[in-house]
Each structure stands twice: as structure tokens, then as C-alpha cells.
Design a protein around this ligand. Structure first.
Ligand code: IPD
Length: 262
């Protein structure tokens, strides 16, 4: 699909960062068995990827703001536009040599995400969308699944780790949703979870405790693929609060009823 100049910049940048991360990922696999482990190396790779992305985007659009996972936000001369970037989503997977992680880049305009790309370099899958022009995976148009029965549906979520406060709620969510569906997956990269909802691979997703950079690109990609995307807590703000529920239209209400009945 021929995208706008902004979308082309975003895809080119995601590919550039992705190529470097893929090289680093090869090294991480070797470092698993070293006494020191891959921790410092991965932090450096993550920071370097954000630097590459920031440089490329700021060069192309010097007036836009920049919010990334690794550094303090940069206010742009144009206060209406900012990039929202996770240079390496799925850091724990990357660190452990698990081949499921992504680069996520979104463009926000006047508080709304208008374009997003999520690039999985291991599988060479580029998920992308611009508001009003559909969602795509490489050259193919994306649509959410058409499944309409909860009991046949597969959902995804994130399991809180490292003392995150939302652990008890998530355990209760699982106790309610597991008997009502065909399965729940936890692959460890929220951006790809959202891309997979857009691709119809998952029928829905929910998670609390996320950040704007985990979510921004996925929101526009899912909406353009036909998903219903809402704050998990009605009336909240997805990006500011970091909580989300999304699914294809036929099952959204049933799914949301189960998850929101906490
Ligand atoms: C994490 C992943 C994970 C989600 C966590 C995020 P990171 O992002 O997206 O799936 O459950 O909440 O923090 O730290 O790998 O960029």
C-alpha cells in the first residue's frame, strides 16, 4: 500500500532499528551461557535502538515532539504532533533469546493516534495503518477475526511481573475468562498482541499497567482493521492510564462484560 510521507518515514525507521536489533539478538543468544549474562548488552541495544529511531524521526520532522520508553520526553516546536516510540517491546523475550519482540512507532496528532507501525524483524512482519486508509501486514490488508462465540475465541493478555500492583486483578480476570473461552495466550510483547488482534490471530486482548509506547501504534492498527478498542475502565484514557480492552465487534460486549465484572 502506498502510504503518506510520514508513514514511509516510520516504516523505514522501524526497519533500520529492527535490522540492528536483529543483529544484537544473534549475539544475545550466545550470551545466554556466559557468566555475566546478556543484561547490560540488551540495555545498550535497547537504548541504541531508541537513539537511532529518534535521530531518523527528528531529522525527517524536526518540529515534532518525541516520547520514547528510554528517555525523557522531548517537546516539539509543533505542540500538536509527537512520535510515541517503543524501540524494543518484549524486552524480556529478547533478553532470554525468545524470538518474539518488536519495534513500535506511532504518530499522534492533537491527542489522537493517526498512524502506527509495529515491526517484528524476526518474522519480517510489518503491521501498519494510517487513520482512514485501512490496516496492513506487509502487502496484505488486515481484518479482525469474524468469530462470534466466546467459547471458540482465543484471547491474549499480559501477566504482571516484578511486583506490579495489578497482579490480583489479573488472576481474577483469568479465573473468570478461562472457563468461557478457547484459551488465553501470554506471548510477552503487548504491541504484537495488538497487531495480532488486528490480524485476526487473537479475537481479543486486555491488559492493565501498560504505557503509551506499548499501546499507541496498535490502537490505530486495530481500529483500522475493524476492532473495537476501549479503555478497560470505562471513561478512562487508554494512553494516559495504560489499560485497554479490545476485540472484534461480535464478541466485544460479551468479552468486556466478563473482564469488567471484577
Ligand atoms: C512489556 C511487554 C509485555 C507487557 C508489559 C510491558 P517492554 O513491554 O509489552 O507484554 O506485559 O507490561 O511492559 O518492557 O518489553 O517494552
Amino acid at each position: 500500500m502506498a502510504g503518506s510521507a510520514n508513514l514511509n518515514v516510520m516504516m523505514k525507521t522501524a526497519r533500520k532499528a529492527g535490522r540492528a536489533l536483529l543483529k544484537d539478538f544473534g549475539e544475545v543468544e550466545n550470551l545466554q551461557v556466559s557468566a555475566k549474562g546478556p543484561g547490560d548488552f540488551v540495555s545498550r541495544a535497547d537504548r541504541q535502538a531508541e537513539e537511532t529511531i529518534r535521530e531518523e524521526l527528528m531529522l525527517a520532522r524536526p518540529s515534532y515532539g518525541f516520547l520514547g520508553e528510554e528517555n525523557a520526553e522531548i517537546e516539539g516546536e509543533d505542540p500538536t504532533r509527537r512520535w510515541i516510540v517503543d524501540p524494543l517491546d518484549g524486552t524480556t523475550n529478547f533478553l532470554h533469546g525468545l524470538p518474539h519482540w518488536a519495534v513500535s512507532i506511532a504518530l499522534e496528532h492533537k491527542g489522537q493516534v493517526v498512524a502506527g507501525v509495529i515491526y517484528d524483524p524476526v518474522k519480517d512482519e510489518m503491521f501498519y495503518a494510517e487513520k482512514g486508509t485501512g490496516a496492513w501486514l506487509n502487502e496484505s490488508r488486515l481484518r479482525v477475526s469474524s468469530r462470534s462465540k466466546m467459547i471458540e475465541s482465543v484471547f491474549a493478555t499480559g501477566l504482571p511481573f516484578g511486583g506490579r500492583a495489578d497482579l490480583p486483578e489479573t488472576i481474577q480476570d483469568l479465573a473468570r475468562i478461562l472457563p468461557a473461552c478457547a484459551g488465553v495466550r501470554r506471548f510477552g510483547a503487548a504491541s504484537l498482541d495488538l497487531a495480532y488482534v488486528a490480524a485476526g490471530r487473537y479475537d481479543g486482548f486486555w491488559e492493565r499497567g501498560l504505557h503509551a509506547w506499548d499501546l499507541a501504534a496498535g490502537i490505530v492498527i486495530m481500529r483500522e482493521a475493524g476492532a473495537i478498542v476501549e479503555p478497560l475502565i470505562p471513561g478512562g484514557d487508554i494512553l494516559a492510564d495504560g489499560q485497554i480492552i479490545c476485540a472484534n465487534e461480535p464478541i466485544f460486549n460479551g468479552f468486556a462484560k466478563v473482564i469488567r465484572s471484577a
